[in-house]
Design a protein around this ligand. Structure first.
Ligand code: PLP
Length: 397
């Protein structure tokens, strides 16, 4: 009875049909490897969309969690807890921001940034009541709340979910000119992914982020980087914005901030922006709880101590070079930064992902035509070599 199929059936019977997972049922994970209920071993090359940069069940995080889980796990923010300050200090010290505000999911952190930016707009920039505009990019992915899908360009994300929150203006990605044109006296922020991950690993031109940042600065518009997927080492730097020496006014992080244990997200900015929030303006029952805080601390420690950004940079470079050696007319492009790698095909990628699965590699298509390879950053070169042998088998003509 312990077959993948039986669990898939059970899950499908009771689950909403909002996902279309590969038919594999995982029961155990260690580092870059996972096992299904039938005992088959796979290399995880998705890392839960980059939430597992530290690998599955990292012992350092397990240890921190185990200690805290027996002590106290939730206080709510009605009281202080001894871990939150330590977590926020670690975050701010590492990233060079004055303040951090913890949440749980990525979408919640994006919502938090939207609220902070709007309030900053009204109270600091003096935008007229209810006129604030935030500029976003086509092909974006910032999460799934009603406000956020309201400024998606993906029709499926919106279909059936309106009416949507006003106050967002959409421009093409990778066009500083479009940003310049879209800004008016009501513009309070520009929300952008340094690399569009869900959008198909789309990398903007060199200098794009810097130019946009400068345009924002000149026009008193806050530059908000959604680094939920690209940040914390994934793209080969602590933040993908670091490549262009851009220091966003607000950075949004999530995913790997939890090391895969428990949802932990945050926004980072300086006092001049965060100070617009007052008691009662915003909150979350679980955000910043002591368990999340120790997990966050340990997750950051792993990223620093194991030099995950540098590993991602070096290994990602090498991995892409190897992928580019695969000659097959179905491959349109191999691109990426660090260990966020996309192989764009000229046909639907799902069937390739299924073939990879059969050979022991878990990867997922994104935007239909792109196979995304984003293994945990603790991966070793010889494990990537192991993967390449199999990827070549699937992609070679
Ligand atoms: C995953 C993701 C989000 C949403 O995070 P959730 O934790 O799923 O809510 C937002 N922005 C980007 C860029 C992401 O990759």
């Amino acid at each position: 009875m312990k077959t993948n199929e039986s669990y898939v059936k059970l899950t499908e019977k009771f689950s909403a049909r909002n996902y279309h997972p590969l038919p594999v049922v995982l029961t155990k994970g260690k580092g870059v490897w996972v096992w299904d209920v039938e005992g088959k071993k796979y290399l995880d090359m998705l890392s839960a969309y980059s939430a597992l940069n530290q690998g599955h069940c990292h012992p350092r995080i397990v240890k921190a969690l185990n200690i805290q889980v027996k002590k106290i796990t939730l206080t709510s923010r009605a009281f202080h807890n001894e871990q939150l300050g330590l977590f926020l200090k670690k975050l701010c010290t590492l990233t060079g921001y004055e303040k951090a505000l913890p949440m749980n999911s990525g979408a919640e952190a994006v919502e938090t940034a939207i609220k902070v930016v709007r309030k900053w707009g009204y109270y600091k920039k003096k935008v007229k009541k209810n006129r604030a505009e935030i500029i976003v990019c086509e092909n974006n992915f910032h999460g799934r709340t009603t406000t956020i899908v309201g400024f998606s360009s993906e029709s499926q994300y919106q279909d059936g979910f309106g009416p949507f929150t006003p106050g967002f203006k959409m421009i093409p990605y990778n066009s500083p000119q479009a940003l310049k044109r879209a800004i008016n006296e009501n513009t309070v922020g520009f929300l952008v992914e340094p690399i569009q991950g869900e959008g198909g690993v789309i990398i903007p031109d060199k200098g794009y982020l810097k130019e946009c940042y400068n345009i924002c600065k000149k026009n008193k518009v806050l530059f908000i980087a959604d680094e939920i997927q690209t940040g914390l080492g994934r793209a080969g730097r602590l933040f993908a914005c670091d490549y262009e020496k851009v220091r966003p006014d607000i950075v949004i992080i999530g995913k790997a901030l939890s090391g895969g244990y428990y949802p932990v997200s945050a926004i980072l900015c300086d006092n001049r922006i965060m100070n617009v929030l007052h008691p009662g303006d915003h909150g979350s029952t679980f955000g910043g709880n002591p368990l999340a805080s120790v997990i966050g601390i340990a997750a950051l420690d792993v990223i620093i101590k194991e030099k995950l950004s540098q590993r991602a940079y070096t290994l990602g470079d090498w991995f892409r070079k190897e992928l580019r050696k695969i000659k097959n007319p179905v491959i349109k492009e191999v691109r990426g930064k660090g260990l966020l790698v996309g192989v764009e095909l000229k046909e639907k990628a799902r069937k390739y992902c299924e073939k990879l699965m059969n050979l022991g590699i878990l990867a997922k298509e994104t935007h239909e035509m792109v196979v995304r390879f984003a293994p945990p950053l603790v991966i070793k070169k010889k494990e990537l070599q192991w993967a390449l042998v199999r990827i070549k088998k699937v992609l070679h003509v």
